[in-house]
Design a protein around this ligand. Structure first.
Ligand code: GCO
Length: 395
């Protein structure tokens, strides 16, 4: 019988990312991409949730839910607006955010790169240029030196596999390249940057746990789809999981499953609910990816679930999804897998990249003109789970 309680010290968190909530991130490659004809982005990020100014409201919301951690990202385009020129004012801003969280008893989990890059970096080849790894390490060193004594945990790069595949394969993220042949070189730069980033952070902020966060999908083979599934999974995940050796944790970020037949990816299965972003409602995916990450890393790297959630207007569906994901996570923990914590994506309804503001992943609703935050019933339920450190029944 699987326990309903989570291990002592289990970290309950929610997450956001700078570009998706702060507003006015005009010096980034994403801002330029959003205003590029033909990029396919539904709408520009604009003011987002105005969290650059309203971050204390966000910190209060996290505290009121009783969560012990808050994962957010710092924006490279603000911290190093021109190559080699660092903004102390921007670094001080993020230091105030970390201090404000700690005053509320919340551990700051800081992501250094969450999809967006400074325009000057993109103009120099971005993540396809080998030099970017060293430029990232220099940036990471400055952030760790400024925030090392106030940040609780550092995530180097968020979902490099997504940036590489969507930016250089599908062409739906900047730089909008449609050439899968170029993706492996981008992967290599990301892996090199992560390793150098870990080294830089450990040197400047000794003792701060550091890891990579990776988008992982419950890849399933049906009717002879093993070869196609394995090919996709290896390219999307194993390259990066191998790069986490020696890290303090690996951040697993899971949303759904994908099925593969002999010809490749299969359409969604008949009868399975499809979410507004076009993929299946599949709460069991998290258990599958946590088990796989543990297996591929040989049980050497503790797991931290750094994103899990759904974009939906049906908040009860959100609660049911979270409940299902957490039930699966308990089964994995019950089997001896070391899971340090769970992070619900997202604190706020926010800018969902190419989809704009349409998908609602937030535990908290945000009025697009007044920026008023309103917690949803799922925020209350998730707060009960965190306080109980156990899986609470669905109301
Ligand atoms: C990602 C990003 C988040 C997304 C979330 C919902 O994993 O793609 O980290 O920025 O908003 O995943 O799609």
């Amino acid at each position: 019988m699987t326990a309903s309680s989570f291990p002592d010290g289990f970290r309950w968190a929610t997450a956001t990312a700078a570009h998706q909530i702060e507003g006015g991130n005009w010096n980034s490659d994403w801002w330029r991409w959003e205003h590029t004809l033909g990029s396919g982005v539904a709408e520009p990020s604009g003011d987002a949730c105005d969290s650059w100014h309203r971050w204390e409201d966000d910190a209060d919301l996290v505290g009121e839910m009783g969560l012990g951690s808050y994962r957010f990202s710092v924006e490279w385009a603000r911290i190093e607006p021109e190559m080699g020129h660092f903004s102390i004012a921007a670094l001080d801003h993020y230091r105030r955010v970390c201090e404000g969280l700690r005053r509320r008893g919340i551990e700051p989990v800081v992501t250094l790169h969450h999809f967006t890059s400074p325009r000057w970096l993109a103009d120099r080849g971005g993540w396809e240029h080998p030099e970017t790894a060293d430029r990232f390490a220099r940036y990471a060193e400055r952030v760790a030196a400024h925030l090392g004594d106030v940040m609780g945990r550092a995530c180097t790069i968020n979902e490099p596999n997504i940036v590489a595949s969507i930016g250089w394969g599908y062409g739906a993220f900047p730089p909008g390249v449609h050439d899968w042949e170029r993706v492996p070189a981008v992967q290599e730069v990301f892996v090199d940057a992560h390793r150098k980033g870990v080294e830089a952070i450990r040197a400047a902020a000794p003792g701060v746990p550091v890891g990579l966060t990776l988008s992982m999908t419950d890849y399933q083979a049906v009717d002879g789809g093993e070869e196609k599934m394995t090919h996709r999974r290896t390219a999307m995940e194993d390259v990066y999981l191998a790069a986490t050796a020696g890290d303090d944790f690996v951040g697993v970020q899971t949303y759904t499953r994908e099925r593969f037949g002999p010809q490749g990816r299969l359409p969604n299965e008949d009868g399975v609910t499809v979410l507004p972003m076009g993929y299946e409602l599949w709460p069991d995916a998290l258990e599958a990816t946590v088990r796989r990450a543990w297996e591929v890393t040989g049980g050497e790297v503790p797991i931290l679930v750094t994103e899990n959630g759904i974009g939906t207007d049906d908040d009860r569906q959100r609660i049911e999804f979270l409940h299902g994901s957490l039930a699966g996570l308990l089964r994995a923990i019950d089997d001896g897998i070391e899971v340090l914590g769970y992070t619900c994506w997202s604190l706020l309804d926010n800018f969902e990249w190419a989809y704009g503001y349409r998908p609602h992943f937030g535990l908290v609703e945000v009025d697009r003109t007044t920026f008023q935050r309103t917690p949803k019933p799922s925020a209350r339920w998730f707060g009960e789970v965190a306080r109980a450190n156990a899986l609470v029944d669905i109301p």
